[in-house]
Ligand binder design. Structure first.
Ligand code: GTP
Ligand code: MG
Length: 196
């Protein structure tokens, strides 16, 4: 089970809240520097990834190396990956996407969700994190924008994969945890979390 996302999206925070693992969380992007593996239950390993994409204050060279390492890890472990949870900051999603759109780039999150779907053969669960950081109306409009950008043609199946959450307040985490649990059980992992 792998957690992916841009720097500072809240990957480690969500892992901490959902699994109670003692992972490092930080104020600055780039807190998780290496691919961290935590054995959960028999045959099941949880992976906390460093952030994918650009980080201010870290050299382009280092970041490129980091991004390549992430892609390599995903591609070379594709067969073994039971589930990916892609974490993104929904509070700034449209803002960031619009800025990139002006430069003719697509959102790193959208790009990554497409890549994950292609690599692992199924779309990831999406944790739309930090819903506490902005108004509900903005969250809702950003969720709509996200769905539009990733759905392509099959619109309906996307809804069940997106979980608006806040690692800070705990909002929505129960639903995410339940979905993770169900996915893993369906793949034959009987007790994915020690305490449930
Ligand atoms: N307001 C708010 N802050 C959050 C939330 N989730 C995480 N944060 C904060 O965002 C910052 C980054 O959190 P991390 O969990 O370290 O993020 P990460 O994705 O693991 O970051 P990297 O390891 O740098 O890639 C921390 O200051 C967290 O406290 C949330 O839901 N709401
Ligand atoms: Mg982290």
């Amino acid at each position: 089970m792998v957690f992916t996302g841009r720097p500072n999206a809240g990957k480690s925070s969500i892992i901490r809240e959902v699994t109670r693992l003692d992972v490092k969380v930080g104020k600055k992007p780039g807190t998780t520097r290496w691919i961290h593996e935590f054995p959960l239950s028999k045959g099941l390993i949880l992976v906390d990834m460093p952030g994918y994409g650009r980080i201010m204050g870290i050299s382009e060279h280092l970041q490129d190396k980091n991004n390549r390492r992430i892609i390599y890890f995903l591609e070379s472990n594709a067969e073994k990956i039971a589930l990916v949870i892609h974490v993104l900051d929904i509070s700034t999603f449209s803002e960031v996407t619009e800025r990139l759109g002006k430069k003719n780039f697509i959102s790193v999150d959208v790009e990554m969700i497409q890549l994950l779907t292609k690599t692992t053969g199924e779309p990831p669960l999406i944790a739309a994190n930090k819903i506490d950081k902005t108004d509900k109306a903005i969250v809702d409009s950003n969720l709509k924008e996200l769905k539009l950008q990733i759905s392509g043609t099959n619109h309906s199946s996307i809804d069940s994969l997106i979980f608006p959450v806040s690692a800070k307040t705990g909002d929505g985490l129960g639903y995410l945890k339940k979905a993770i649990h169900e996915k893993l059980v369906a793949k034959g992992y009987k007790t994915p979390f020690k305490s449930h």
